[in-house]
Write a protein that binds this ligand. Structure first.
Ligand SMILES: NC(=O)c1ccc[n+]([C@@H]2O[C@H](COP(=O)([O-])OP(=O)(O)OC[C@H]3O[C@@H](n4cnc5c(N)ncnc54)[C@H](OP(=O)(O)O)[C@@H]3O)[C@@H](O)[C@H]2O)c1
Length: 283
């Protein structure tokens, strides 16, 4: 397959690495600043390249700054996917649109399947949901892949922030009533490649197996990074001020991919692997 990979952040980098080990696929990588998905010409570029599948790993991912820059977030998360989808429709390519657990309201105690009703609560979530809807209107050979708390070695992510804060402050306060699914980008990338090879289009939740609170996630990172001695106080989300309030329980269930035999390992194992990669010199 000729794969066009757009974006080279955490997930894009992991996809590039997985695809590099799959000689059956030819890969073209487009990234900023030479390729900007918010420009309408992006559709023409995709149509002219005519790949077999486009994977959109580009996004505006800063949830808090989306709140004060909603137009810019919409441009990247909704208009960009729309242009990519338009290009796919014109050349017959399939599309993988990556989305987020935050499209769900996150009611405490609820576990969200692929076909549950969405309800976005922040500018970021609304922009991502608009992206899902835009691509659905244009591409039939479509995979919508929702991931959650994404992390990868070298990335800007929760585990990196926790370990840096532990080293700087010596003790931490971490929210214990916000729940989600840690998602190791290399595991999600491998699953996405399995999906495109399956040609079974649809909505998928690709998250590591299990779920946890931010506090539990932090404890696991500290334990596996040689920082198990760091004191962590569990706190309520009401004690942690930020520009947006993420859904408290947007916990995803991988039902659709699991039915195809595509599962990600338990999140605790993924955190251990991340720590081996990220802190190899210190642990
Ligand atoms: N991070 C999370 O915790 C999380 C959670 C749930 C879902 N997701 C979703 O997972 C996907 C991947 O996230 P990630 O963490 O890998 O993101 P990331 O590390 O922030 O990378 C995003 C990439 O998009 C690129 N990009 C931004 N605007 C662009 C534009 N106009 N044209 C072309 N490229 C552009 C960025 O380029 P620059 O580096 O040049 O800015 C960067 O390479 C996204 O769809 C995100 O919404 C992420």
């Amino acid at each position: 397959m000729h794969v066009l990979l757009v974006g080279d952040g955490q997930l894009g980098t992991a996809l590039r690495q997985v695809l590099a080990t799959a000689p059956q696929h030819r890969v073209t990588i487009w990234r900023q600043p030479t390729f900007d998905i918010t420009l309408p010409g992006a559709a023409d570029d995709v149509a002219a390249l005519a790949p077999d599948v486009v994977i959109n790993a580009a996004a505006w991912t800063n949830v808090d700054s989306a709140e004060s820059n909603p137009d810019a977030a919409y441009a990247v998360n909704a208009l960009g996917p729309k242009y990519l989808a338009e290009g796919c429709a014109r050349c017959g390519a399939a599309l993988v649109q990556v989305s987020t657990n935050e499209v769900f309201p996150g009611h405490p105690g609820v576990f969200y399947r692929e076909y549950d009703r969405t309800m976005a609560g922040s500018a970021y979530a609304r922009s991502k949901l608009a992206g899902e809807m835009a691509v659905m209107q244009m591409v039939q050979r479509l995979y919508i892949v929702r991931v959650a708390w994404l992390f990868a070695p070298g990335g800007v992510n929760f585990p990196a922030k926790i370990s840096q804060a532990a080293d700087r402050l010596g003790a931490l306060r971490v929210v214990d009533d916000e729940f989600g699914n840690p998602t190791y980008a290399p595991d999600a990338a491998a699953a996405i490649v399995q999906l495109i090879e399956s040609e079974r289009y649809g909505i998928y939740h690709l998250v590591n197996d299990g779920w946890c609170s931010r506090y539990q996630f932090a404890r696991q990172v500290l334990t596996h990074s040689g920082r198990g001695h760091v004191e962590v106080t569990p706190i309520s989300h009401t004690e942690w001020q930020r520009a947006t309030q993420p859904p408290l329980h947007a916990v995803l269930v991988n039902q659709a991919a699991a039915a195809l035999g595509i599962r990600l390992r338990p999140w605790q194992e993924a955190v251990a692997e991340y720590c081996r990669q990220e802190f190899a010199a210190t642990v």
